[in-house]
Design a protein around this ligand. Structure first.
Ligand code: HDD
Length: 688
């Protein structure tokens, strides 16, 4: 059953858009009132196989049985080797035009230009069927179907990465995924091989702290930042280049789960994030992000303020280079079919359009190989670009031919260049001439690389600057709010507690000692180990933009309020008032009934951002719900006899964030701060 979520009706795709047309064609490929075979033969019976008499053996000649079972046997395709678990949606990117000075890419440069996109969010380590809320990095991949060809921004929700060179990716992933002997643990970094690798491989330290921070457990895809991670090179119409870092800024702010909440949710609703995405879009509560760029001069040494821009373990603090907004993304349409669209979408960091180029970041360079290659085994051959979700909206005429699952019926006889047999207007491209050489001299706009000089000895080595593994790890930790710092210490302690190998714990502590003394001491105390003495970087200037708890408030659309009452509790006024803010109200009662969306048996705190308790009950399940909401620093409203329920649950009605008789406005104000941060100091560890 679809939930009753308020908001404007979900936006239908413009029927004239290229994606709508190609999808409409794809949808129309199967129609008609009768069940048929895949050859179109109508079938009166699909429940009984063809047998020699009712008790006889099944006959091999039953073509319907064989076709049905054979197709079923092959329904699954290999899951992605990383980022297997994900969810996606279509949307529209609208350019502000502010990027025109740095890039010729039309979808960024032309003010007001709208470009269709498909965005896929993912966890990295878990299998396709794993839970959404595990502690992990989140993928944030966006395919822009631009008029100049497809551009893919294949990023994460963290701005740095574990390794500096793509050649180590198989090592990283082999260490981080399950142990190969038993295939456990699923979707977790809390195990020996992960910490073994990252403690031996200290360039991972910065990223490990991000993964252990609240960024590793986002509340929603709606409340995640996204990053292109690498430095890209943008080139404007005059041929002037800049180095650039891409950022997605969520309109709803950055908000995370509490750790205990994340773990409980993995059991109570493993589909938490994908459900939130799909339900919100159905309800017209669209996910919105601004795309921004940090623009840095394209100098010979490719560094900025001493930061090597080719090192993907380093970020550029926003205080040194502000993120300039260049456009807005609104995710507003759910896919119709998970397999056809979300599973078969194929991203590639090398899908670039004129005006956007790559740099020599060695992580990026290796990725340029991996993405196309992986699709060949995942999607079964080289023609995956013809699948509706992967098709470019720009005209395609590529001279690539044949191959498995070829669905284009190519015309003409000369799919090669140069040729003298294909006319300029013919089905085979006339040639890759420059704009001037084209018949009619129409504007060119093809992809031409900036003629960057390339020189150097053949060598397997990194620049010297890549050996600084700790200064930015220390910068990140020092920039977090004290509450977030506490969460990092708790997360690392939790993960290391799960290890079997004591020497690995000790080695991690030695690494941490180079980042921050207090952090090392906290983790060591939690593990009951001595804290080693290291040499944390002497001076770190914090970057406030890296903290997510900073006193700001945010829009609350998509948040959920649970009202504990009885089947007779009238929530219609609250529902009406909160609907204007996009907030959903769900009535929780002892048993089902008209308007009751959850019973005491089916409700659990993790589903609600705020709980309002309106009636008296001593049901222990309600007490647990309230205690969890309290521990997770959620606002709790109390009215009528609800105060007795609160007291029975052992909660102090005068504690911060306990709201007496709250109206819609108070609830919205409390939700806008994400959590009741004032309550956190009262909560004895471990709380989250
Ligand atoms: Fe990757 C998938 C992001 C490094 C190899 N990667 C994949 C996805 C995301 C990222 C979001 C999922 C795309 C989707 O939704 O289909 N990957 C990153 C980021 C990286 C990164 C931000 C570092 C900055 N990746 C990376 C390296 C390699 C790969 C260094 C290999 C050398 N990534 C892959 C892959 C995947 C993939 C094997 C698996 C499925 C796919 O590509 O289509 O090619």
């Amino acid at each position: 059953m679809k939930p009753t979520v308020p908001g404007p009706a979900a936006k239908e795709p413009a029927e004239t858009s290229p994606v709508a047309e190609s999808l409409a064609t794809a949808r129309g490929l199967q129609s008609g009132p009768d069940l048929t075979t895949s050859q179109g033969v109508r079938l009166p019976d699909t429940d009984h196989s063809l047998k020699a008499g009712p008790r006889g053996p099944t006959l091999l000649e039953d073509f319907h049985l064989r076709e049905k079972i054979t197709h079923f046997d092959h329904e699954r395709i290999p899951e992605r080797v990383v980022h297997a678990r994900g969810a996606g949606a279509y949307g529209t990117f609208t350019a502000y035009g502010s990027a025109a000075s740095v890039t010729s890419a039309g979808f960024l440069a032309e003010k007001g230009r709208e470009t269709e996109v498909f965005a896929r969010f993912s966890t990295v380590l878990g299998s396709r069927g794993s839970a959404d809320t595990v502690r992990d990095v989140r993928g944030f991949a966006v395919k822009f179907y631009t008029a100049e060809g497809n551009f893919d921004l294949v990023g994460n929700n963290m701005p740095v990465f574990f390794i500096q060179d793509a050649i180590k990716f198989p090592d990283l992933i082999h260490a981080a995924k399950w142990h190969p002997d038993r295939e456990i643990p699923q979707a977790q970094t809390a195990h020996d091989t992960f910490w073994d690798f990252v403690s031996l491989h200290t360039e991972a330290t910065h990223m490990v702290l991000w993964a252990m921070s609240d960024r590793g457990i986002p509340r929603s895809y709606r409340t995640m930042e996204g990053f292109g991670v690498h430095t890209f090179r943008l080139v404007n119409v005059d041929g002037t280049s800049s180095l650039v870092k891409f950022h997605w800024k969520p309109v709803a702010g950055v908000h995370s789960l509490a750790w205990e909440e994340a773990q409980l949710t993995a059991g109570f609703d493993p589909d938490f994030h994908r459900r939130d995405l799909a339900d919100s879009i159905d309800a017209g509560l669209f996910f919105e992000y601004e795309l921004g760029i940090q623009v840095l001069p394209d100098t010979d040494d490719e560094t900025f303020e001493g930061i090597d821009l080719l090192d993907p373990t380093k970020l550029v603090p926003e205080e040194l280079a502000p993120v300039q907004p260049v456009g807005k993304l609104t995710l507003n349409r759910n896919p119709d079919n998970f397999h056809a669209e979300t599973e078969q979408i194929a991203f590639h960091i090398g899908n670039l359009v004129p005006g956007i180029e790559v740099t020599n970041d060695p992580l990026l360079q290796g990725r340029l190989f991996s993405y196309l290659d992986t699709q060949l085994s995942r999607l079964g051959g080289p023609n995956f670009t013809q699948l509706p979700v992967n098709r470019a909206h720009a005209p395609v005429n590529d001279n690539l031919r044949d191959g498995i699952h070829q669905s284009v019926v190519h015309q003409g006889i000369a799919p090669y260049l140069p040729n003298s047999l294909a006319g300029a207007d013919g089905p085979v491209p006339a040639g890759a001439q420059s704009a001037e050489a084209r018949p009619g001299g129409e504007a060119g706009g093809g992809y031409v690389n900036l003629p960057e000089p390339v020189d150097g000895p053949k060598i397997r080595a990194n620049p010297v600057s890549f050996s600084d593994h700790y200064s930015q790890a220390a910068l990140f930790y020092a920039s977090l709010s004290p509450i977030e710092q506490g969460h990092v210490a708790e997360a690392i302690t939790f993960e290391l507690s799960k290890l079997y190998e004591q020497p690995i714990r000790e080695r991690v502590l030695e690494v941490l000692a180079n980042v921050d003394t207090e952090l090392t001491e906290q983790v060591a105390a939690g593990l009951g180990l001595p804290a080693p003495v290291g040499k944390p970087p002497a001076e770190v200037t914090p970057s406030p933009a890296l903290a997510q708890i900073d006193g700001r408030t945010w829009p609350v659309a998509g948040r959920i309020v649970g009202v504990i009452g009885t089947a007779d509790t009238d929530v219609s006024t609250l529902q009406r008032d909160l609907k204007t803010h996009g907030v959903v109200v769900r009535l929780i009662a002892p048993t089902g009934g008209d308007g009751v969306e959850r019973t005491f048996q089916t409700a659990r705190s993790v589903e609600f951002d705020t709980v309002l308790v309106t009636s008296a009950t001593t049901d222990p399940r309600v007490a647990v719900l309230l205690q969890e909401a309290y521990r997770h620093a959620k606002p709790i409203g109390v009215s009528g006899d609800g105060v007795r329920t609160l007291t029975a649950a052992g909660i102090d009605a005068t504690a911060p964030g306990i709201l007496p008789d709250p109206g819609a406005d108070q609830i919205v104000t409390a939700l806008a701060a994400h959590r009741v941060w004032d309550r956190v100091p009262l909560l004895k560890p471990p709380v989250s």
